[in-house]
Design a protein around this ligand. Structure first.
Ligand code: NAD
Length: 260
């Protein structure tokens, strides 16, 4: 019987806040496919929520990592380099914007707020790629998470639209640069799912309802489904896929003018 096997693969997952996090569901699937796990938590306040999850997966490492704090991300890779000597899978599920920018018009977004959101939500993935490169001598898989608001205007997504657009473009350029080394770079464009990050987006329930009404599958998706796509992209089954934005959105992205 064919099944996805990540036995012995070394996986780093950044972005678990709680049991609703898309990163948590990716981590669960990596682990159940046999991967050895390292997870991070944002800060001391977040740690009690993440530690039991790391324990549940028997994660070999639970490390502190705020990508906005100088050297913390570098320290994570240093620890893993010493212990594992290599990394096979890097999963990036990090996004942040100032509340006033997330809730306000892009037109009014400050330079500082825009730069901060770009650094945390987009450039951190580029940094992870650079840090992972020397540890992926036998190739590897870098995965990040995006949303349809990168491609088309979604009311209330505001500053995150251009930030995710930059992230998706970064996926393509990183795939081009790292491909010759066998390192694949992809994004999953997930449909809307209720998580902590999603609760920061205004009118999220309306976004959910609209997505379900227009998607070909006439429903939204859940975090487990995104986890399954994550494990697929991490595995050899996706060995020919790189530079791709894989939509795990019940097909919503193909919907144009839909009448009900
Ligand atoms: P979440 O709140 O569970 O995850 C967001 C994570 O970002 C948290 O773990 C948080 O600690 C982390 N983060 C924020 N600032 C950070 C920093 N400075 N350093 C390190 N980590 C930081 O919510 P989620 O919905 O699971 O979000 C994960 C990713 O999925 C995000 O990139 C989000 O944009 C993307 N996404 C979410 C949805 C959705 O509807 N939930 C849809 C498509 C894409």
């Amino acid at each position: 019987m064919e099944r996805i096997d990540l036995k012995g693969r070394k996986a780093l997952v950044v972005g678990v806040a709680n049991a609703d996090s898309l990163a948590w569901w990716a981590a669960r699937h990596f682990r159940s496919a046999g991967a050895d796990m390292a997870m991070t938590y944002l800060n001391d306040k977040a740690k009690p929520h993440v530690a039991p999850l790391a324990e549940e997966l028997e994660a070999q490492f639970l490390l502190k990592c705020d990508v906005a704090v100088p050297d913390e991300l570098e320290a994570v890779f240093e620890t893993l380099s010493e212990a594992w000597q290599r990394i096979d899978i890097v999963f990036h599920a990090v996004a942040w914007a100032r509340k006033e920018d997330l809730h306000g018009r892009l037109t009014d977004c400050s330079a500082e707020g825009f730069a901060e959101s770009m650094l945390i939500s987009c450039h951190s993935f580029i940094r992870m790629a650079r840090l992972a490169e020397p540890l992926m001598q036998n190739g590897g898989s870098l995965i990040t998470l995006s949303y349809y608001g990168a491609e088309k205007v979604v009311d209330h997504y505001n500053v995150m639209g251009p930030v995710k657009a930059a992230l998706e473009a970064s996926v393509r350029y990183l795939a081009h640069e790292l491909g010759p080394k066998g390192i694949r770079v992809n994004a999953i464009s997930a449909g809307p799912i209720k998580t902590r990050a999603a609760s920061g987006i205004e009118h999220f329930d309306e976004i959910l309802a609209e997505s379900a009404a227009k998607a070909p599958l006439r429903r939204t998706v859940d975090a487990c489904e995104v986890g399954r796509v994550s494990v697929l992209l991490a595995s050899d089954y996706a060995a020919s896929i790189t530079g791709e934005i894989v939509h795990a959105d019940a097909g919503f992205h193909v919907a144009g003018m839909i009448f009900h």
